[in-house]
Design a protein around this ligand. Sequence first.
Ligand code: SF4
Length: 209
Amino acid sequence: MASSKISKIFDILSRVYRETPPLLKYSNPYEMIVSTILAAQCTDERVNQVTPELFRKFPEPEKLSQAGLEEIEQIIRPTGFFHNKAKSLKNFATAITEEYKGRIPSDMDSLVKLPGIGRKTANVVLGVCFDQPAIIVDTHFKRVTARLGLTTETNPDKIEMDLKKAVPEKQQTRFSGLVNYHGRYRCHARKPDCENCEIRSLCPFPDEK
Ligand code: SF4
């Protein structure tokens, strides 16, 4: 893949989206992981409505690991699938407390061994919280990179590997944020706004439709 294409996409989107703050609200890696577990099949807005109370009651993993499932469920109920999510949160908090003394590890191998954490969440933790190079393959990233012809893979792990090779390390986390924003605000799943798209000239998708 031509690195100049990646570079042009990066430059244009950097100007369009000067900042790409995370849409989930959290203030440390523990809160980030809890929010991400709750965000499965739920909107970020709804997660942000329940997390202030959750973080107030359980400000650290140890407190969450000691909580009763019903107590957690009562707070997170509006996010849906609350029985499973409460179990996931408690299992995650217990593992962090027992194996890492309450501190979130900062390496991929340890993160993906934790209950409820896949590569996507691990990459958000590494990229956003620990400032390490990270390609974050969420639903928006998957759709936009495919339309742009940046990968032909459909498996998230393989997409990640493709883009890890193509995007310079120091730009990877920012690139992930830019592509995510472009997917949310321009390259929508059903009706992408190709007519007004800032990277239209670099994208084969409109001509292939
Ligand atoms: S031209 Fe259309 S399909 Fe391509 S990135 Fe822009 S909005 Fe998405």
